[in-house]
Each structure stands twice: as C-alpha cells, then as structure tokens.
Write a protein that binds this ligand. Sequence first.
Ligand SMILES: NC(=O)c1ccc[n+]([C@@H]2O[C@H](COP(=O)([O-])OP(=O)(O)OC[C@H]3O[C@@H](n4cnc5c(N)ncnc54)[C@H](O)[C@@H]3O)[C@@H](O)[C@H]2O)c1
Ligand SMILES: [Zn+2]
Length: 344
Amino acid sequence: MSPVYYNEEAFSALTKWIADQQYSKVFILVDTNTEAHCLPVIQTKLSKPDEFEVLVIPAGETHKNIQVSEQLWQQLSDRGADRKSLLINLGGGVVTDIGGFVAATFRRGIHFINIPTSLLAMVDAAIGGKTGVDLGVLKNQVGVILQPQMVLVITKFLKTLATRQVANGKAEMYKHGLIFDAHYWSELTGDNGDIDTHIRRSVEIKNEIVAQDLTENGLRKVLNFGHTLGHAIESHFLERKDIPLYHGEAIIAGMILEGYLSNRLTGLAQHQLIEITDAFNQGYAKIDFTPTDIKAICDLLKFDKKNTHGHVNFVLLTQIGAATFDVKVPDDMIQKAFAYYKEA
Ligand SMILES: NC(=O)c1ccc[n+]([C@@H]2O[C@H](COP(=O)([O-])OP(=O)(O)OC[C@H]3O[C@@H](n4cnc5c(N)ncnc54)[C@H](O)[C@@H]3O)[C@@H](O)[C@H]2O)c1
Ligand SMILES: [Zn+2]
C-alpha cells in the first residue's frame, strides 16, 4: 500500500520525495475550486514553486470523463511530460480518480501522488488505488487499479469545504466503524476524539481491508456495506433530478436499510439496529421515498442482478464492527426494509 503522511510531516515527505526522484517535470492537477482554496497552500510549501506546472479542470462529477482525460493527456504531452514526470492530484475524489487514471495511462504509466482535499477523498477515494472515469451515466466504468507513490492528508483543507460535503465524507467513516471497528463507531457517534484522529483511523481501516484483497475478490467487498441499495437510491435520484442527493446521503439511507436486512438475516441485534438508525436520523435528513421511488429503486437492483448472474449480493452486518458478504436477500424483505426506514 502507498505510504500516507499527515499535515506538516506530509509537506516534508513531499519535498524530500521530489528531490530524491529527480523528476523531469512535476504537474499539479486541480479543479477550479481547489485551484482557489488549496493550490496556494501547497505553493507556499514548495521550495521551487515555479518549477511546477498547473493543470486545471472544471469542478464536478460531470467532468470525470474520457474527453477531459484526453485533454489532460494532450496538455501533458504539449507541455513536455515524459515517462519520468510526476502528477500530483490536489482535489476531491473527482480529481484523484481522473488524475490517477490519466497518470496510470499516460506513456503507459507515470508516478502520481494524491493530496485529497475533501473529507470523502481523504478517507476513501484517494486511498486504495482505484482510479477511473465515468462512461455517460455509468459511474467508474473505465479505469485501472494502481497505487499512488504516496498519499498526503492535510486536514486544514477541510476548513473551506462546505458543511454538506463534510457530512458526505463522514458517511463513509461511519461505514468503516460499522464494518470493522465497534470502538471507532462509538467514538464517532459519541463525538469523542478529534477529526484528525478519526481520519487516521478510517484511512487505516480502508488500507487494511484493501491490503488483504487488492483485486476485490473477497474481503474488500465489505467496503460496499450500504452501497447496494445506496447506489440504486443515488442513481434513481440522479434521474429524478428534483432532489439532488449526495453519495454519502444515499449511503446513509442504504446503511439503515441494509442494517434492517442484517437484523433479519445475519444476526445484527435489534438494539444495535436501533442505535445505528438513531445515530443516522440525528445527523442526516430522512429521504421521503414514494411507492414509485421504491419500485424504481428495486428495478435498478434487478438491473444490477443481470450483471451478477441472477442475484444481488449484499454485505450485511453480524454486529456493529463486523460484516459478512455475498448474502442473498429475498425481494419482499427489501420492501419490508423500506417500511422500517419510513417508520424508524
Ligand atoms: N477511487 C475510489 O476508491 C473512490 C472511492 C469513493 C469515491 N470515489 C469517487 O470520488 C468522487 C467523489 O469525491 P468528492 O466527494 O470529493 O467529490 P469532488 O471531487 O467533486 O469534490 C466535491 C466538491 O468539493 C470541492 N472541493 C474539494 N475540496 C475542497 C476544499 N478543500 N475546499 C473547497 N472546496 C473543495 C470540489 O471542487 C467539488 O466541488 C466520485 O467521483 C466517486 O466516484 C472514488
Ligand atoms: Zn461510498
């Protein structure tokens, strides 16, 4: 796995790494927001900032595509990048995903470093080596798995991140507690410890899971807790357009629904289900699913089924802090889960 450095230590690790590697050129990829809020911070920390070339893409998921990748390949080429160049990705998950993909494919692969600037990217997207872009409406259809040379987590970047984006990233942190570490879950929900400590724990958990299963044949699947229904919910509301839902918000609903399934199928105790539901209802707005929404979401799951030989496999909890995967769930149980969500 790539080494992860934090805060002040991160700047010295970066400076030393660049000096040691003697790169022909160093490029920094930003989006329009991280160009304004994060790039100046990095530039003041670099000893020779003029030696860095900046590449800018427009902010937002819609730009995480192959056309923008092509523009980046072209700019790298025009500006003299060669196999010994470095790409630093400074941004949220969109920048680390597309930047990693562009680096992994340019001249059959150049070094890249991730400097995540959103909470979601710090605890999730920048870690684990998955890179890629969307293909039309299909998310992350094209990409490769390649680890960055290092990941630098500089938590002061979170100061300029919108509150809703912070809650978005926090959803994945709750997930890490639920699938892997009951003590961490209670720290998060009890508001014990500071965000820096929590970020470190989430990074450790994701790294540990990924290291044991680099190609997602087994254990890594547990990172998909809340995501089977969560992704269907996310896609459905993307189509509805009148209710823009963030990924993390869809995953929170997914974790309550799959928590219910865990209670029915894999032994999650009733009081733990209630604990999870209450924690999420406190921090996140409830989604008002109409019967039409529920039907559409279940249809999306069936579409998923086609891609997995006839059944959707769920990751479910056996207790807070432990998960099991490849669980098959009967259709009527999913209806009951939505009924529980509405009531709870
Ligand atoms: N590779 C993986 O394993 C993995 C895992 C999870 C998510 N992802 C991907 O990550 C993406 C989502 O990541 P995201 O939520 O970071 O989205 P994002 O990159 O779009 O960032 C969210 C918004 O916050 C802005 N922003 C980022 N940092 C900021 C800062 N410090 N100050 C002010 N504004 C800032 C961005 O410009 C953007 O507008 C998705 O494309 C998803 O597919 C990848
Ligand atoms: Zn997620």
